[in-house]
Design a binder for this molecule. Sequence first.
Ligand code: TRP
Length: 450
Amino acid sequence: MSEKPKHQLFATRIGVIAATVGSAVGLGNIWRFPYEAGVHGGGAFLAIYIVFILILGVPVLCAEFALGRSTHRNVLGCFRQLKPAQPFWRIIGIIGVTSGIMILSFYSVIAGWTLEYFFVSLRGDIAGNSTDELHSMFGAFTTGMRPVIWTIVFLLINYCVIVRGVQKGVERASNVLTPALMVLLAVFCVNSLMMPGAADGLSFLFKPDFSRITPSVVIGAMGQAFFSLSLGLGCMLTYASYFPDRTPLVRSAAVTVGLDVFTAIMAGVLIFPAVFTYGFSPQEGPTLVFEVLPAIFTQVSGGWFWAPLFFFMLFLASLTSTISMSEIGIAWLTQDRGMSRGKACMLVIAIAMVCGVACALSFSYWAGLRLPVIGEFNIFNFFDYTSSNVLLPLGGMLISVFAGWMLDREVLRRQLTTPRNAFSSLASVIAFLLRYVSPVMILVIFIANL
Ligand code: TRP
């Protein structure tokens, strides 16, 4: 029913889910969601985020799945194969490969923070500190050189996994990891719910104050919807090129979206009660979660055990996400540019390392550095903002236009309905959203933001 794949596929059905959920669930849910929700007023942000997940996220995810699985090609090769005479569409691939590396760069900085906190808490160094002491400890860490080293170390670990190929390693690792992370999160949610600030935290997160909705809240929520589902730059397309034909696409998309949103909400329930209990400002930004988590762990009994475990899981969850980001470029370099896997991995990681170090320095030596073209942002914020809020939605818009209007309708329908199951009936709704709703909506939001 689709092109014959020239490369290895995911072996098992559970492996497919594990890999896509592994890509989707990561720092985007546990670090980025609470910080973005905090900056953008909580409840209103959550409400818009969920709306975007449903009407943009689900259809674009299905589109990426269908495009990747029907061609079994990478993000550039896919569009070349489907529309050889229209090179315009390769722009999706170009956006994908570039912003994949951009996201890999700043994401590795945060993943490096999880490594630092894993070791610090393992040594018992966060126990017994007051919130103020934890705050200065974190400040001293981010303004020193260690984040740079951790960024490099994290990228090297990522390299060691990806040179071996995604299929086996990722399948196995994510099978255990994702459920374990969810259980751990659930345990800590219960703990947060018993804090004195729980009521304030929950009402901040769940009570939408719609008067606070501004264009920047809307664009932030849209960016977060794309980011947390790994959408818009062909990451899921690349993974779907490794799906066997018997994978039910709509059902896999539903499972991925469900677990992704659930994890983000759990992270919110974990963080915000603590924010209000310990007197943090929800508006703090990218550093929020790393200030709040240690504060939680110093308060719980057995914190010496839970803290390193939690940070280690967070590190692994980041790794299953960065593996998927790296794969976008690697699949292209190996399939279309004839590069060996080893060389391709080296190239992608080397570029990410240079950019990642620059991002890490944005919290210290280059904190005040403003490049002329990027205005008010430092390098980290520029990478984070441009990729998530501009490039991902732009890529998502092009993907939905392509899947809705350019792709043979029959191919789309067949991809979404074979093998048949209860979810197949959603195929026509998805096709409708892809044609008339998602692209228009993204465009309107872009224009409103100008
Ligand atoms: N979705 C992941 C997270 O929530 C991050 C991620 C992985 C990603 N691959 C991506 C984001 C591709 C954008 C594009 O942590």
